[in-house]
Ligand binder design. Structure first.
Ligand SMILES: CC1(C)CN=C(N2CCN(c3ncnc4sc(CC(F)F)cc34)CC2)S1
Length: 495
């Protein structure tokens, strides 16, 4: 049974980042006995000190040197909050009604009601720093992730080891029971949506739904729940200023979790570490590039490639580093994932991702490269690269297919304007280097006709090759170097 005992107390008072890392390391060695309540209260306490009501010059002296400040975290501060949490939970749940070793839906709903019932009536739900048990216990405020996390921490206090946090890219719920076979909503999602707390996530709800990752969520171990708590650290002091100390603490803890193997099934946490390493890399740590690529491999290997964010993490990184062809390729992979989903009103977060990619990042790339081309000797290779053009078509095709069969439209004329603007910046000759193949399995097209793939793009082979040779010569593209990009497209309705 977790608890605030000598093993934990010996780490206090915590006076440095390393002391917190040592506490986490010691806890992680306890396997599934990692004490979620203890760690969440500690992190919330430190975040509160380092980011809340900090006058902008509290640690800058007249010589403009910034003295790093780290709060001293006393044992009795943490112990008092820990006791408050355990008293609240144990006092509100009559365990004599729940004899089984495994949690029941009624138990999970009861715990969710206790957390829910303790929250302040009205507050801004998406404010920062509302994710930890420190916020819950000192301010009676939690964000939607925080409620789900608090329910899991409470079930741990009650001794239910089977209640685990289940995470998608924009929602959180729990699994419980023998072999984690049961699911339950325990928090709300988004704005203006009735909460569904207590209900299971059924196949009908999760299939083709990005909010539930089509049945491929990250089901956490205790150590991965610690990783989720670390990922939810918010170092922001204001909209423009971050606490350097809090960011370093988050980076050191994510790296500790990574090195112990606890991020090996958690793509978003790997992406968070990659972002932090990009901001300030630490010698001996894995590089951003390695981490972003690993997050993609994890999603492909363990989650049937149903996750979007590993590709938009990587695409954003490549965009920031002006590696535009790689950015566009990553976004094409992201579009290939989203096209398998049906868009609903609860998917605003991923809608905003694709909106920014298609209507901001890609038009900016087209403008920058077009300007370069017209100013320099005219070889902006990106706008003459058929592979990039093919990826662009995959992005737009994927977004269109995402909309197909969806209850809510995705596209509006603003999208079409930006699509055509960006495509128009490409050298028209790339089109003749593009071979659009439709995989001609015994697929039928919309009206059931057998597909005639003998004449792709309506030209026979001879004509195609003549066109291609002319364009390659004109673009100075050697055959072997820049072979025509082939775009393999699967046609067919979503089920
Ligand atoms: C490519 C991006 C736009 C960059 N940051 C992204 N994040 C996505 C969300 N983040 C996360 N990072 C670790 N774990 C989780 S669990 C979760 C859903 C919530 F409801 F619990 C979100 C999330 C971190 C930051 S996606």
């Amino acid at each position: 049974m977790a608890g605030f005992r000598d093993r934990e107390k010996q780490h206090f008072p915590l006076t440095s980042i390393q002391a917190v890392v040592d506490l986490f390391s010691d806890q992680l060695e306890r396997g599934d006995e990692v004490d979620l309540a203890l760690l969440s209260i500690v992190l919330g306490c430190i975040e509160n000190t380092l980011t809340m009501n900090r006058s902008s010059h509290s640690n800058v002296d007249e010589s403009k040197t910034i003295t790093p400040i780290f709060p001293v975290v006393e044992a009795d501060t943490i112990e008092a909050l820990y006791a408050k949490f355990t008293a609240l939970i144990k006092g509100a749940v009559d365990l004599t009604k729940f004899e089984s070793e495994y949690a029941t839906r009624e138990l999970v709903k009861r715990v969710s009601d206790v957390v829910w019932g303790s929250l302040t009536r009205a507050y801004y739900k998406d404010k920062a720093h509302l994710q930890s048990l420190f916020s819950f216990l000192t301010g009676n405020k939690l964000d939607c992730f925080g409620v789900a996390f608090a329910v899991v921490a409470a079930c741990q206090v009650l001794g239910f080891k089977d209640v685990k946090l289940s995470l998608s890219e924009d929602h959180a719920w729990v699994v419980f029971g023998k072999d984690s076979s049961e699911t339950a909503e325990v928090t709300w999602h988004g704005k203006g949506n009735e909460d569904k707390r207590g209900q299971p996530i059924t196949e009908a709800v999760r299939d083709k739904a990005w909010l539930y990752l089509n049945g491929q969520p990250v089901v956490c171990t205790r150590q991965m729940e610690a990783a989720a708590m670390v990922s939810s650290i918010n170092p922001a002091i204001s909209a423009t200023i971050d606490s350097v100390e809090m960011g370093s603490l988050q980076q050191e803890l994510l790296c500790l979790l990574y090195q112990k193997g606890h991020l090996s099934r958690y793509p978003m946490a790997i992406g968070n570490l990659a972002d932090l390493e990009e901001i300030s890399s630490i010698p001996g740590h894995p590089t951003s590039n390695q981490l972003f690529e690993e997050a993609i491999r994890v999603a492909q290997t363990h989650y049937n490639n149903q996750h979007v964010y590993p590709y938009t993490y990587f695409g954003g990184y490549m965009y920031r580093h002006k590696q535009y062809a790689k950015a566009i390729h990553a976004w094409a992979e992201a579009a290939s994932v989203i096209k398998g989903y049906n868009y609903t009103r609860e998917d605003e977060e991923v809608y905003k991702e694709f909106l920014e990619i298609a209507n901001d990042f890609i038009p900016t790339i087209a403008k920058v490269c077009f300007k370069e081309e017209s100013s320099s000797s005219g070889e902006s290779s990106l706008l003459q690269n058929p592979a990039v053009y093919a990826d662009l078509l995959r992005i737009y095709d994927g977004i269109c297919e995402w909309e197909e069969g969806s209850s809510t439209p995705v596209l509006h004329t603003g999208w079409a304007q930006q699509f055509t603007f960006s495509l128009s910046k490409f050298d028209p000759r790339v089109r003749s280097l593009l071979d659009i193949h439709v995989e001609n399995e015994e697929e039928e097209d919309e009206d059931g006709e057998e597909k005639d793939s003998s004449k792709p793009n309506g030209k026979d082979k001879q004509e195609k090759e003549t066109d291609q040779a002319a364009s390659q010569k004109a673009l100075g593209v050697e055959k072997e170097k820049d072979t025509a990009a082939t775009q393999r497209t699967r046609r067919g309705r979503k089920r």
